[in-house]
Design a protein around this ligand. Structure first.
Ligand code: AMP
Ligand code: MG
Length: 407
């Protein structure tokens, strides 16, 4: 049995970043950027109007007010996408809509509300003395050409996707998705929707794995429930080793009489790096490598499988895609935490802000078979081995579940 820290460093030695691929912008959401994104032009790209109104020469509006309007000659219209090519001279103005190019000769925009309005007539009354340069968005005021907009490694969310579109990126380079095979083992497992016979249970782990794999950004290539029987395991696993970057199993790696998963991994030439980690839940964790595949055998108890995926598999998928490490937070316990004397202790928990501090407590359901401990949880709490309970007021590590929020 090895310590959690040692197990983590062994795994790190075997994880490689995957390559990249080009995708269309439409397909880039949630993918991990594999290139730095630079501004292809300044933003705004040209001086344009921030308001619907009139482009004027500010000097022509001196002392203008509602009781003392200035008359200007309307000579042109500049609308978004259709710039005017007229150059304004003294005493002239042009209709100029939001986003439209500022006509040559104009130096200020007057909002339409401060004028006699958009009409077809050619004389416009201006009711306000213009402040030179007002309501003009200047070329380059937001971003300079070649500015770094989005660094590689970032997950693309609406803001990034919008920025890519703004700068004309129709295609871009993203990290390849790790190809993953997930499987559950057990003669007792029945699919949800079917009927249970005595002694049977529904397979839940594979549904949790599938959900996690998808949320992590991996591509599920193979997914199956396999009987506790060597031949079927061998068939599934040999194909998985050939076609996937990561293989994750649930169940069948403990000391049970029908726990064949580890044996079959070994028969197929998988190199074992460790089996059994000083952690609770999930002690009989198996980690091995094939030619170009990482293999995780997680014990089948639902909490061991779920927490095991988050603690061991998820960070590996992140590295493969070039994502930065997920930050482990520190919170202050609001209730005693059942620390283990010999093992690193993980439990689902809840964290929230109180008086400006991050506080937390673990689920009171501590059994590794109690998947309902994940309900209402937004994090996994983790604590080094030690004597006695970890008391309220003491600090503990928090891995936030990335799709949950802190309330
Ligand atoms: P094992 O690691 O195979 O000894 O399984 C440990 C416990 O987890 C047993 O109670 C199994 O019935 C249960 N278990 C194994 N696989 C699953 C699964 N896919 N879904 C729900 N429970 C499971
Ligand atoms: Mg089993």
């Amino acid at each position: 049995m090895i310590a959690v820290q040692e197990a983590r460093s062994i795994i790190q030695q075997h994880v490689l970043q995957l390559g990249k691929e080009t995708v269309k912008l439409n397909d880039a959401g949630n993918r991990v950027l594999a290139q730095d994104i630079l501004a292809t032009f300044p933003m705004p790209r040209f001086d344009n109007s921030a308001m619907d109104g009139f482009a004027v020469r500010a000097a022509d509006t001196k002392d203008a007010s509602r009781s003392n309007p200035r008359s200007l000659k309307m000579v042109s219209i500049s609308s978004a996408g259709a710039p005017s090519n007229v150059k304004l001279r003294t005493g002239e103005c042009a209709q100029c809509m939001t986003g439209a190019t500022i006509p040559d000769g104009a130096d200020t925009i007057i909002m339409v509300e401060d004028t006699s309005g958009f009409t077809d007539g050619d004389t416009i009354q201006i009711y306000l003395e213009a402040q030179l340069g007002k309501h003009i968005r200047r070329k380059g005021e937001e971003i300079q050409e070649r500015d770094l907009l989005i660094p590689k490694g970032l997950v693309l969310t609406p803001g990034e996707i919008g920025t890519l579109a703004t700068f004309g990126y129709g295609k871009l380079s993203v990290a390849k998705k790790p190809r993953i095979a997930i499987f559950g083992t057990g003669n007792e497992l029945v699919e949800p929707g079917e009927e249970l016979k005595p002694g049977q249970i529904y397979n839940s782990n594979l549904y949790v794995f599938a959900e996690l794999a998808e949320r992590s950004g991996a591509d599920i290539i193979m997914r199956d429930v396999i009987q506790d029987e060597r031949e079927s395991l061998r068939t599934f696993l040999s194909e998985a080793l050939n076609s996937c970057d990561v293989v994750v199993s649930s169940g069948g790696v403990s000391m049970g009489r029908f726990d064949y998963v580890r044996d079959v991994f070994m028969e197929l030439g998988v190199r074992e790096h460790f089996w059994k980690v000083a952690q609770k839940p999930g002690k009989p964790l198996f980690f091995g490598t094939g030619e170009s595949t990482l293999i995780f055998g997680l014990p089948g108890n639902p909490v061991s499988s779920y927490i095991g995926f988050m603690e061991w598999v998820w960070p590996v998928l992140d590295i493969m895609m070039g994502k930065p490490d997920q930050k482990i937070l520190t919170g202050i316990l609001k209730a005693p935490f059942p620390r283990d004397k010999m093992k690193y202790r993980f439990l689902f928990g809840k964290s929230w802000m109180e008086d400006g501090k991050l506080v937390c407590k673990s689920s009171v359901k501590v059994g590794s078979h109690m998947l309902s401990s994940s309900l209402e949880s937004n994090c996994i709490l983790g604590c080094e081995p030690g004597d006695g309970l970890l008391e309220p007021g003491e600090e503990i590590s928090i891995r936030l579940l990335p799709w949950k929020t802190i309330q």
